[in-house]
Design a protein around this ligand. Structure first.
Ligand SMILES: NC(=O)c1ccc[n+]([C@@H]2O[C@H](COP(=O)([O-])OP(=O)(O)OC[C@H]3O[C@@H](n4cnc5c(N)ncnc54)[C@H](OP(=O)(O)O)[C@@H]3O)[C@@H](O)[C@H]2O)c1
Length: 280
């Protein structure tokens, strides 16, 4: 990819992106980073041989693509700091800050900004994430650039409506935590039935990985895949019956809904709860 990529905030996600870019063949000299925490900055410089800069403004001046990877609570400060330099240089900007709307960023960095708002998830740390992006004011070639960069940390999907970003947060953003809980609980079940903790965890985690990959790679409906392993009067239907009695489906739907609503609250948007019905 042509041009330098600058990363503001080399924390967990910033480092995951740097690692992914280097892994995918971007030359380390083409990656610039700045972090307010000098120990983080020297760590990523040492580990990936990228160029560590002394200031965000220096980074903007040297980058064709700028990735904002700071916490949402410091975004306001960073946007105010880099605003004039971004308006002058006009780089492509990618923000991964949860809950910060494109409107807010454009108000600080320029109405004509080429901007992608992204929700990645933590498996990005091992290159197995999924990122959803919403593009504001972007050409096809800019979108292709955004997708190429994000593909360094996993799969990429585009969403057409920015309001859906909260639903993405509720599903794939928070989702890894739901699945970690499922893995832990399945392993507890194994331990309860006599397996060692180590083996139970391996069996549970690989079962989740394998089932996920099967759903993606076969393209079959998950219900159909489930039916394939459910023989009449067998073990699986006994387990599934217990899950239905406990309300697993409803619980997972509720988890995504609750996280989405919380995401909207944190972003200062409307609650997802339906309002009172108007009398006709
Ligand atoms: N982690 C996730 O699962 C996840 C998922 C989706 C989206 N995100 C988004 O990714 C972003 C980064 O999250 P993270 O977990 O990687 O956070 P993090 O580990 O705290 O990294 C952020 C880094 O930015 C540094 N920083 C603070 N102020 C700065 C400034 N003015 N200029 C440059 N760097 C500055 C911080 O330094 P100090 O520690 O000294 O403040 C820290 O090293 C957040 O906006 C979050 O919403 C995260």
């Amino acid at each position: 990819m042509k041009g330098k990529i600058g990363i503001i905030g080399a924390g967990k996600m910033g480092e995951a992106i740097i690692a992914g870019l280097v892994r995918s063949g971007v030359r380390p000299g083409e990656i610039l980073a700045y972090d307010a925490d000098s120990s983080r900055l020297s760590k990523v410089r040492k580990d990936y041989s990228i160029r560590a800069l002394n200031h965000n403004l220096e980074l903007i001046r040297g980058s064709q693509v700028v990735i904002l990877a700071v916490k949402p609570q410091v975004m306001e400060k960073v946007l105010a700091e880099i605003g004039p330099a971004v308006k002058a240089k006009k780089p492509l900007v990618i923000s991964i800050a949860a809950g910060i709307k494109t409107e807010t960023i454009k108000a600080r960095l320029g109405r004509d900004l080429r901007l992608a708002r992204v929700m990645p998830n933590t498996p990005a740390l091992i290159g197995a994430g999924i990122s959803a992006y919403f593009a504001a004011g972007m050409s096809k070639s800019d979108k292709a650039k955004v997708e190429k960069i994000l593909s360094a940390i996993g799969q990429v999907v585009e969403i057409e409506k920015e309001e859906l970003m909260d639903a993405v947060t509720g599903l794939s953003g928070s989702g890894p935590a739901y699945i970690f809980m499922v893995i832990e609980a399945l392993a507890d079940g194994g331990v309860k039935m006599g397996l060692s903790r180590k083996m139970a965890l391996q069996l549970a985690a690989q079962t989740v990985v394998g089932a996920g990959r099967m759903a993606l790679e076969t393209g079959m409906h998950p219900g159909e895949l489930k039916d394939m392993v459910t023989s009449p009067g067998g073990t699986t239907i006994a387990g599934l019956s217990a899950l239905e009695q406990g309300g697993l489906r409803g619980l997972l739907i509720k988890a995504v809904e609750s996280a989405t609503i919380r995401g909207r609250e944190l972003a200062g948007g409307p609650s997802a709860k339906p309002g009172p019905r108007r009398k006709r």
